[in-house]
Design a protein around this ligand. Structure first.
Ligand SMILES: [Zn+2]
Length: 509
């Protein structure tokens, strides 16, 4: 077995309807997982759903369902979307599964045995009709955010995690692992937050029951983060499958939205340290999407539905747009004009047109059969050098999750091939019978560049890349190709029959 790579998305709350934000994280994780498989890693890619808590319990009750029955219904919405978006996750974890109960209770017990969990009193704003605690931040004009009735300060018994004890160890961990929190602005944010001191964390509730019971006290359920974050170790076999756990843990990347950064970079490593488990290697927080320049919200009615967008533009077009349009880590804006522009200029014009003009020339000048490579000149050697450089650049940029720059690199190769055609002008060579060998070498080189580009493109747009691979007469095994072995220049087979044209990325008017 080769090197391993373990990547996760957050688990999504079953009370939510999947939107562009969920799709964004999951697509990014999928691209990274596919790229790592392509580069020879043994990849484990985990996504799933967060199913416990008061909100789910209440909304189940109002529909006359048990919480688990409600979760069973809505989890389908996520699973179907991931199928539609061509997500290649290795497993799908649900926090209501028995394996997760085992893991959470195990890690909770370890923290308890280490003296990091103690019984205390939790005090916050309480809404009696809603039976809910709210933090100061959650109140709206001092009222309950759900029903807008007055709230009162109330205490309940709660277990606490001694987060305060981990301040120094966390700061040391950030310092010794400068790439643990990415991008760097986020890292600075967390370092200064932790430097100001940490308060102990309430990790259980008695006011609702839909959750994992505290192992030593069944009247408490384990509260939110201790439950949810633990999914990342449950998913790779903790605690019972030692072999799997030792193979894949620590996670190489937790991909998250910036709103849950603190939980992943402060609470999570502290819980793990307490249980004697190594923290994850990296947490990468991406930004948020606005829509046509406005904040996305239910009341504005502008929530981007991934089903609608992909029906309109195509799954791969959507995947490409999300990762090309905005540097990963910054906020971005989704607009239909920008989407159409990307599809037409990058996909239809650059990539699609390179494929079509090449097929067309191979048909007209060579009867539709792929030629032999002949003898390379300095001009081909320059193209080969560009591709070699791009292979190295791609690795460097993907390693840092710079998806937009990785795509720039790939498009650099596509545009180098377009430029190469303009420079070598096969349409002129075709008029000169003595230039037949040169013509063949030129068309061979473009076909070969298309073949290599299609391997590069595969993690981002797997469906379209597979189609192009077949159009290029290369079969159905694109998913088994490897970088760098299969991006060596000169592997394109001779004598393949090629079609006259193929529209993979239609222009949008
Ligand atoms: Zn209320």
């Amino acid at each position: 077995m080769g090197r391993k790579f373990y990547i996760t998305t957050p688990i999504y709350y079953v009370n939510d309807i999947p939107h562009i934000g969920h799709a964004y994280t999951t697509i990014a994780a999928d691209v990274m997982a596919r790229y790592r498989r392509l580069t020879g890693y043994d990849v484990f890619f985990l996504t799933g759903t967060d199913e416990h808590g008061q909100k789910v319990e209440k909304s189940a009750l109002s529909q006359g369902l048990k919480p688990k029955e409600l979760a069973d219904r809505v989890v389908v919405r996520f699973k179907e979307l991931w199928e539609k978006l061509n997500i290649s996750n290795s497993d799908f974890i649900r926090t209501s599964e028995p394996r997760h109960y085992t893991a959470v209770q195990d890690i909770f017990k370890k923290a308890l045995e280490n003296g990091d969990i103690y019984l205390g009193e939790y005090e916050d704003w309480y809404c009696t009709p809603c039976e809910s605690f709210w933090t100061e931040m959650q109140l709206v004009d001092g009222l309950c955010p759900d029903c807008r009735r007055p709230v009162e300060k109330l205490k309940e018994e709660s277990y606490f995690f001694r987060l305060s004890k981990y301040q120094d160890r966390l700061l040391r961990y950030y310092e010794e692992n400068p790439d643990f929190i990415m991008p760097e602005t986020r890292r600075n944010e967390i370092v200064s937050f932790v430097s100001e001191g940490l308060k102990d964390l309430s990790v259980s509730r008695t006011s609702f029951s839909w959750g994992i019971p505290v192992p030593v006290n069944q009247s408490h359920v384990i509260y939110v983060w201790f439950d949810a974050l633990t999914n990342y170790i449950t998913g790779v076999g903790y605690p019972d499958n030692r072999e799997m756990f030792e193979r894949y843990w620590p996670a190489d990347v937790h991909l998250i939205g910036k709103d849950i950064l603190r939980f992943h970079t402060v609470y999570w490593p502290a819980f793990l340290m307490s249980a004697g488990i190594e923290p994850p290697r990296r947490v990468f927080a991406h930004g948020w999407w606005t829509v046509e320049g406005q904040k996305m919200s239910k009341s504005l009615g502008n929530v981007v539905d991934p089903y609608e967008v992909t029906d309109k533009y195509g799954v791969d077009q959507f995947r490409y747009f999300l990762l090309r349009e905005v540097p990963f880590g910054l906020d971005g804006d989704f607009s239909h004009a920008a989407m159409v522009h990307r599809v037409n200029s990058d996909l239809a014009n650059d990539y699609g047109n390179l494929l079509n003009r090449t097929l067309n020339m191979v048909r007209r000048y060579l009867g539709g059969r792929s030629p032999s490579k002949g003898t390379f000149s300095d001009r081909e050697r320059r193209l080969i050098g560009d591709i070699k450089q791009a292979t190295a650049d791609l690795e460097e940029r993907m390693e840092r999750l710079e998806f937009h720059r990785a795509l720039e690199t790939i498009w650099g190769v596509i545009n180098a091939a377009n430029k190469y055609l303009d420079d070598t002008a096969p349409w002129t060579l075709a008029k000169d019978p003595s230039a037949k060998g040169r013509l063949e070498t030129v068309l061979y080189s473009v076909l070969e560049t298309l073949r290599i580009s299609t391997i590069f493109v595969y993690p981002f747009m797997p469906g379209s890349a597979e189609r192009i691979w077949e159009i290029l007469g290369l079969g159905k095994d694109l998913g088994e190709k490897r970088i760098p072995e299969d991006v060596e220049f000169g592997l394109y087979p001779e004598g393949v029959n090629l079609p006259e044209r193929a529209i993979v990325f239609p222009r949008i008017e």
